[in-house]
Every structure is written in C-alpha cells, then in structure tokens.
Design a binder for this molecule. Sequence first.
Ligand code: MRU
Length: 358
Amino acid sequence: MLPTIDREGDVVVMIDQRKLPSQEVYVRCKTAADVARAIKTMVIRGAPAIGVAAAWGIAIGMRRSTATGTQKFAAEFQKTCDLMAATRPTAVNLFWAIERMRRCFAAAAQAGQSVDQIKDGLDREAQMIHDEDVASCRAMGAFGASVVPADAHILTHCNAGALATAGYGTALGVIRGAAEAGKTIAVFADETRPFLQGARLTAWELMRDGIDTTVITDNMSASLMGQGKVNFVVVGADRIAANGDTANKIGTYGVAVLAREHNIPFYVAAPLSTIDLRTADGSHIPIEERNAREVSHIGGAQMAPTNAKIWNPGFDVTPHRFIAGIITEKGILRAPYVETLKGAFAQGRIAELQDSQK
Ligand code: MRU
C-alpha cells in the first residue's frame, strides 16, 4: 500500500504530494508546527488524510511537551489543537479528528491519569484514527464495487485515493474494490485545475496499480460523456452537509451536472467522518479561497496578465439532488439524505432507502 503518512518514533513521515509525480520525496515532521505547516502547504492533502495528519501532529506535539503538571499540559494541548484547526477550513475530517483527540484527552484527565499516561492515550487514539481510516476505505471499496458496472468507464475528479487517506482511498477505493472484484475498469482522471491532483496524483497511483487510466483536461468531460464513453462517476468529499449537499474539489459540481444530463450515475464515496450533521446544507460549508498564483501560474510560468483579478475557490458544493448515492464504510446511503444521513449516526447502520432520482 502507498505510504501516504506514517509515524516513525516521534516523527510523522509523509510523502510530499506537491512533488509528485516527478519526485518521490518524504517530509519528516518533528513537531506539531511541522505537521500544521505540511497540511497548510499541501504536502499532505485530501480530507481523511489531513484528519489523520492532525491527529498524529497532536500526538507527537504532546509527546514532546516538557510539562509535568496536567494544567500546563492541558494548556499546551489546547494550543496544539487550535494550531491544527487553523490549517484548512473545508474538510470536516480535520475538525472531527481534533475533536476525537480532545475527547480522548478529556476522558484521560477526568480519570486522573498522569501526563505520561495521557501522552500514551493520545498516541493510541491517533493510531486508531489512522487504522480506522484504512479499514473504512476498504469497506467503502467493497460496498461501492457492487454499484460499479461490470465493464466500467469511470470518470473521477481530483484525488480521492490512497494519497488522500491513510491508504486505499475513498473514490479510488471503490475503483480498486471493483477491480479486485474482477470488473473491467477504465478510468478517466480529470486533471483538476489548478492544483492538478487528478493528473499528478490520481493517474500516478492508479497506474502503479496497473489500472487503465486516461488523463483528460477538465473541459473535456462533457465531450467524453456526450460520446457515451463514461458510464459511472465517483468522487470523494470534503464535507457532506446534513441534507447531502457535498463539498468537494472545485469542478465537481460541473461534473455532477454533466452526469445528470447524460444519465450517468454520480456517486460520492466518503467515510462517516466526512458527514457534518451540524451543517444543515451546502450554503453553510466554509469554502477555502486559495492563493491567486495557483491560477495565474502553471509550473512557475505565468498564464494570466500581471495583476489580473483571480478567483480561486478550492471547493464547490454539489447539490444533493445530483447524487445517486453516498458510499460509506457502513453501506450506500440514498436520498432522502436528510433522513438516511441522520439514521446512519443514530442507528449505527445504514438504511438503504430508494432514491427516486438515482
Ligand atoms: O485541496 P485538496 O487536494 O485537499 O482537496 C481534496 C479533495 O477535494 C478530495 O476529493 C477530497 O478531500 C476527498 S479525499 C478522499
């Protein structure tokens, strides 16, 4: 499996996703601040992966603390969590992972544990978040494989693969699951301007797995669909609101609209940690605005006039009505999402309700 992120002693090691596919370089984060910087600067990206990174960042950060009393240790813990929370705003997995670490800390402190015991508990929690993420991706892969056509021509956007998770991937986990189930798979990877996660990362990791992959620029998908060359779309998610509206990489909304026009099922694959029941609908999801230079330049070369006005939102929101199903580690959720999403948390199991607009 791809080494997206791992812990070696008190160091968090990550493959530098800014350098792929031309260089395989690893970044070693020794402090919580190193991890926060790595998330902010996209050394590691993808919603589940940044949640896992934040958990590890908190664990190694607190491991380095020299505080002996729980009060000082608690103040440092709070600062470390705040540091992680300030990295990127859209992917809710980041805040979910921080919340898990906070709960772990609170339970240990309440039980009267020593600073060393709390440190050990935080390590265990981060390891659990890491391992659960891989297991969730595998489960999504198995559930998702059932809805992938036997001879599949799949379009995906951005990178929701092993690199965007602790391993295996969400949308690419579904593709891997279908391939492992013996289905014939061909993938079209949108290049995903401006950061090129599709061209640089999705193509790189699928080709390593020997999966037939074709890179297209983002403006080619309508033509591809119009020619009948796509029969399934699957993407990941950064935050799914309570009504099923889904924030994902900028450009996803357009792909969903095109898929509807061409009668192609459009699926989202995401773990329950991406579902944010506290956000009622997509209009409340915070969308990260990124640096203008990502749009004005490609590989250092200037593409837009100096001082041109640039708009660079990192994500868009696909309204729930375009989504045929949300593939989770518990099963496939169908509309009405406002009921099935809540039900997934309330009952700990998934009601497979029929979606009239599958
Ligand atoms: O800006 P990024 O690269 O972090 O955005 C990533 C995406 O939008 C992914 O599709 C999403 O996080 C799902 S990853 C399993």
